[in-house]
Design a protein around this ligand. Structure first.
Ligand code: GLN
Length: 245
């Protein structure tokens, strides 16, 4: 692989792509291109195989309860073991909503269907009849860069992290993991799990570069970009969400 090509594995692009989650791939590709770095995106739909060890990072979007159930047989045909190994090996993964839930132990829908997931990280999700819906904001913990993130959530699932597992951030406004403990998402090794659609990366360039740099830490140092327009849009949205103006 050339030093200037970054390989991104897009897992289940056919099933997990809610609210423009695919825009995260476009954003990663563009922010790399602005630095003269090429991105090779390897799409891994249901029924196909991929060698996760060959990519720099993995992206998994969100999906409804139905899609999460549909992909279970494929997940169990080997991708579960591959994903677990990649996570323990320190692979950088960004996983959104349904994709985030999938890396935990299970998701029990509000009407009692249980999706047994991959048990890679100690958390579980239970569905509630009352969905958490709307624009929301959170502040990443310092180990995940400390930036303030704006996004959009729409989930029935309430996620509860195990006692040794850290969230990605703390809620500023909105529901996040469960609407109860103030946590949002997960950070485990180099896994960034979040309920934030949006898509999250174009709206939050600081977090995007933090995740990219995590993925590329032993290959290259990313040059800063002129993000003045992105920052203005981000700051205006953050103000609107947190202060209502
Ligand atoms: N189906 C899951 C839930 O409602 C995830 C939804 C999503 O990815 N937005 O909790």
């Amino acid at each position: 692989m050339s030093k200037q090509t970054v390989r991104i594995c897009h897992l289940y692009p056919d099933l997990l792509n809610l609210y423009g989650d695919r825009g995260n791939i476009i954003c990663l590709r563009q922010r790399l291109a602005w630095r003269g770095i090429e991105a090779e995106v390897i799409e891994v739909p249901v029924g196909t195989k991929a060698d996760l060890t060959q990519c720099d990072m993995i992206f998994i979007g969100g999906g409804q309860d139905f899609e999460q159930e549909v992909l279970l047989p494929d997940l169990r045909s080997g991708k579960d073991r591959e994903l677990k190994a990649a996570i323990e090996d320190g692979k950088t993964i960004l996983a959104i909503c349904g994709g985030y839930q999938m890396l935990g132990s299970y998701y029990e829908t509000w009407d009692g269907v249980r999706c047994d997931f991959i048990h890679a990280i100690d958390y579980y999700t239970v569905g509630s009849k009352k969905r958490m819906i709307g624009n929301f904001a959170f502040e990443c913990l310092p180990e995940s860069g400390g930036s303030k993130v704006v996004g959009f959530e729409n989930h029935s699932g309430k996620t509860y992290l195990g006692s040794g597992v850290q969230p990605l951030g703390k809620i500023l406004t909105g529901g996040g993991n469960n609407g109860e403990d103030g946590g949002e998402g997960v950070r485990y090794h180099n896994v960034f799990g979040t309920y934030s659609h949006g898509p999250i990366l174009p709206k939050n360039s600081e977090l995007c570069d933090f995740i990219l740099q995590t993925a590329l830490s032993d290959r290259m140092e990313l040059e800063p970009l002129d993000d003045s327009a992105e920052r203005m849009a981000h700051d205006a949205m953050l103000k609107k969400i947190t202060q209502g103006s």
